[in-house]
Design a protein around this ligand. Structure first.
Ligand SMILES: NC(=O)c1ccc[n+]([C@@H]2O[C@H](COP(=O)([O-])OP(=O)(O)OC[C@H]3O[C@@H](n4cnc5c(N)ncnc54)[C@H](OP(=O)(O)O)[C@@H]3O)[C@@H](O)[C@H]2O)c1
Length: 278
């Protein structure tokens, strides 16, 4: 049976991979993003009913992060519209070790709609499609908490899991914690990318205070600086997040992609060799 499925953040790191997989399977997919038609904007609830019209299943990614003020209220309002529109399955992307995000998870689980939570570690693709890419392209990676390892998960594994959960009536009320198979710290990551690309990359361990000051100096907006500081302290510097789970393998019946595999594949695209304007 083919379904009508809304993928919020459908042009993002996880969403666009999920959209591709669902389209390949012949489902009717609606991309939820500000640039889509109808447009979906977390800051404009008036537009949500039109986006949810006719949808049976919804993959929810909140922007910028479930930990920010206002996320809980927005997610709650969205689940109400989803219920009114007859949505019968929700899959929420959440973050590991974020207390604020857990409140949003509870709202989704208590929405009265069959729901499943994906709690993910940081993504491998943060280094090729997000905030850690520019320093790598520039050749100098200066980050705090250099010694802390995280079990980065691959966005492709996450997409495979999300598709499986969206298309299944099982897993109701379940929360899955997705990680990769090993812990990697920033220094090891920089070295692995340097090795795979043959580039000289310098890693500079800095303090969190220096990192925050540098973001401010670059003109990064205050709420984004707050979020980065939150992610480094609450998520990265959190022993409960420095643990590998086997949920990817349990759900997909195969091991998760290892960070080194991701590095080898990504280095072939040339993204890490791209020249940066001075
Ligand atoms: N990165 C990580 O390591 C990590 C780990 C665990 C959990 N997460 C969670 O993952 C979520 C982000 O998912 P992602 O990384 O797949 O997406 P992403 O790559 O950050 O992509 C952003 C997507 O959201 C849309 N978007 C941006 N602002 C929006 C707004 N105001 N209203 C509606 N749509 C908006 C964008 O499209 P338009 O620009 O066209 O609107 C795009 O489709 C966040 O909740 C984050 O906390 C991330």
């Amino acid at each position: 049976m083919k379904n009508n499925i809304l993928v919020l953040g459908g042009t993002g790191k996880t969403g666009r991979r999920i959209v591709k997989r669902l389209n390949d399977l012949g489902h009717h997919v609606r991309v939820g993003s500000r640039g889509a038609t109808p447009s979906f904007d977390w800051n404009d609830p008036a537009g949500w009913p039109a986006v949810l019209e006719g949808m049976e299943k919804v993959y929810i990614t909140y922007q910028p992060d479930l930990a920010v003020p206002g996320a809980k209220e927005a997610v709650e309002a969205l689940t109400k519209v989803a219920k009114e529109k007859g949505v019968n399955k929700l899959v929420l992307l959440s973050g590991k070790g974020e207390v604020e995000a857990e409140r949003c998870e509870q709202i989704v689980l208590n929405s009265g709609i069959n729901s499943t939570i994906i709690r993910a570690s940081w993504f491998n693709q943060n280094f090729s499609e997000s905030f850690f890419l520019p320093p790598i392209q520039a050749g100098v990676v200066a980050l705090p908490m250099a010694h802390l390892g995280a079990p980065y998960v691959d966005a492709n594994d996450l997409a495979d899991v999300a598709v499986k959960l969206l298309l299944s009536d099982d897993h109701q009320g379940k929360t899955y914690e997705l990680t990769g198979p090993s812990l990697w710290n920033f220094e090891q990551i920089t070295a692995a990318i340097a090795e795979a690309t043959g580039r000289e990359l310098t890693f500079i361990p800095i303090s969190l205070q220096e990192f925050v000051a540098a973001l401010k100096e670059q003109g990064v907006p205050g709420d984004v600086v707050w979020l980065m500081e939150y992610l480094f302290t609450e998520v990265l510097d959190n022993p409960t997040n420095q643990v590998v789970t086997n949920d990817v393998e349990q759900l997909l019946g195969r091991p998760p992609v290892d960070f080194l595999q991701y590095v080898e594949e990504t280095s072939k695209t040339g993204i890490w060799n791209a020249k940066v304007e001075a």
